[in-house]
Design a protein around this ligand. Structure first.
Ligand code: ATP
Length: 478
């Protein structure tokens, strides 16, 4: 069996890619979240822009705008908190993107981190062999134009560059294709510096780079992306229990994030999909508008990586268990690996909704709303003065200033109040605070809820506590 990078893609049979949506699931997306709508909203509202757009765009790379970076930071923050702050036995790491080239020889990436590539001789389109329909492959016919296809060749996905002035092979260096290896090479440092005892984990958030052949579906598969990876080191023999435990914990995490659980499912790797060093592997798949696709992988990576690093570096990677008479062993590793940018796309798809809110027969009858969990929403609260005049704007600014320390608080005074609510709905802002003439008299404001559009009147002094309570107890209604 061929072996490759961090498990799955390399080993997946064709059927895993061409997954049909079931009719009722398609219906759910009908008229709602299509990738076109999400991409257009993401650009219009400053979540995600095409990289280098003024030059015609750079494929496989995207820029995150003001709302996008807030959302990305919050998703990363929630994951980091879950992994490190809530788990005493997991610590963090931020390792370098550039690593010693021997790392990638040991991990197998130099030799085997490849995709099977075919080109159309006629229209010059390029495909991953495992992603084209079987009949086209058998006939060597291009799925786009029917032209003749080239033979399949192996294409290494690592970006290769040079370090230093001389462009010779001695100075070859790679952009890391996964963050995991940075954790493995530091595992002994962390045991020594932080007195960690097995079982323990190391979490890392960081950029990874893959020279992907096919980068469609917006930010789903890109050449530059971010990963949320946690490697949990365990005693051999306890690995199967820990593997089950981490599957449970990762599922519960998405539930806690408020993800629509009917759009998540497990996919266990069959024996033909498993990387040869993986003992067991499951993907958490999400029902994206284009079908079920991998969001995160939970893998039992055995002792493969640490053994290989022992072999290639000559350094002893054994753990010495002081509590068990200095017993020595190479730990097994349970990995949870999710894409941060892919999670952001999932969160956008999950939040996207269109809702009929009036019956006047025009565009205003509908609203587009991003139903983000308030803990993830880029803007938590928007403060809106009913009018700019009569001191309402100043009063609203004062209230916003009070809230700013604890929440991302926006201010908007332009246009009719209904329009401003719609703008905030589209940005996914869960709460709007409206300041009106009554505020001047009795110090109360209107608090409007994005999802239900209900409004309540409360004293402005109670706002911060109320928002905190609403965030903590949030339940998605539709
Ligand atoms: P896929 O089968 O989708 O290519 P993979 O099996 O190669 O993914 P891993 O190497 O296990 O993925 O990486 C872990 C996670 O990193 C994936 O579950 C995914 O969320 C994310 N990821 C991997 N490749 C990309 C990419 N090119 N762009 C964005 N996210 C990615």
């Amino acid at each position: 069996m061929p072996w490759g990078h961090s498990a799955k893609r390399f080993h997946k049979p064709r059927s895993c890619y061409i997954i049909q949506l079931m009719a009722e699931q398609l219906n759910e997306y009908n008229g709602k979240a299509t990738m076109e709508k999400i991409t257009s909203l993401a650009k219009r509202r400053g979540f995600v822009f095409q990289s280098s757009e003024i030059y015609g765009g750079q494929g496989g790379a995207w820029d995150y705008g003001p709302l996008g970076i807030e959302l990305k930071n919050r998703i990363a923050g929630a994951w980091w908190k879950e992994m490190t702050r809530l788990n005493d036995d997991i610590v963090g790491l931020d390792s370098a993107i550039l690593m010693h080239p021997r790392t990638w020889e040991a991990s197998g990436h130099v030799e085997n981190f490849t995709d099977p590539l075919v080109d159309c001789k006629k229209c010059k389109a390029r495909f991953r062999e495992d992603l084209i329909p079987a009949e086209n492959l058998a006939a060597r016919k291009c799925p786009d134009c029917g032209g003749e296809m080239t033979d399949t060749r192996k294409f290494n996905l690592m970006f290769k560059t040079h370090i230093g002035a001389a462009e010779d092979s001695a100075s070859v260096i790679y952009l890391r294709p996964e963050t995991a290896q940075g954790i493995y090479v530091n595992y002994k440092n962390i045991i020594q510096s932080n007195r960690m005892k097995i079982p323990f984990g190391i979490a890392q958030i960081g950029k990874a780079f893959r020279n992907e052949i096919v980068t469609k579906n917006f930010i789903f598969r890109t050449c530059e992306f971010e990963q949320l990876e946690m490697q949990f080191f365990v005693k051999p023999g306890s690995d199967e229990n820990w593997f089950d435990e981490w599957r449970k914990r990762r599922w519960a995490y998405y539930e806690k994030m408020g993800v629509r659980m009917d759009r998540l499912r497990w996919h266990q790797h069959g024996s033909d999909e498993l990387a040869h060093y993986a003992k067991d592997a499951y993907d958490i798949q999400y029902l994206f508008p284009m079908g079920w696709r991998e969001l995160e992988g939970v893998h039992n990576r055995t002792d493969f990586d640490l053994k290989r690093h022992t072999e290639y570096s000559g350094k002893d990677m054994q753990y010495i268990d002081q509590d068990a008479g200095s017993e020595r062993y190479i730990p097994y590793i349970i990995e949870t690996s999710a894409g941060l940018t892919r999670t952001l796309l999932m969160v956008l798809c999950d939040a996207y909704d269109e809702e009929k809110v009036a019956d006047k027969g025009n565009d205003d009858d509908w609203r587009t709303v991003l139903r983000f969990h308030p803990g993830l929403a880029p803007i938590t609260v928007a403060v809106l003065p009913l009018m700019k005049k009569d001191g309402l704007a100043e009063l609203a600014q004062d209230i916003r200033l009070e809230l700013k320390d604890d929440f991302t608080a926006d201010y908007d005074q332009g246009g009719a109040i209904g329009r401003r609510y719609r703008r905030q709905d589209e940005a996914g802002t869960p709460f709007c605070v409206t300041v009106d003439y009554q505020t001047k008299e009795d110090g109360t404001v209107t608090l409007r809820f994005r999802d239900s559009m209900e409004q309540v009147r409360i004293p402005k002094e109670e706002l911060a506590a109320r928002l905190r309570h609403e965030i903590k107890t949030y339940k998605r209604v539709s």
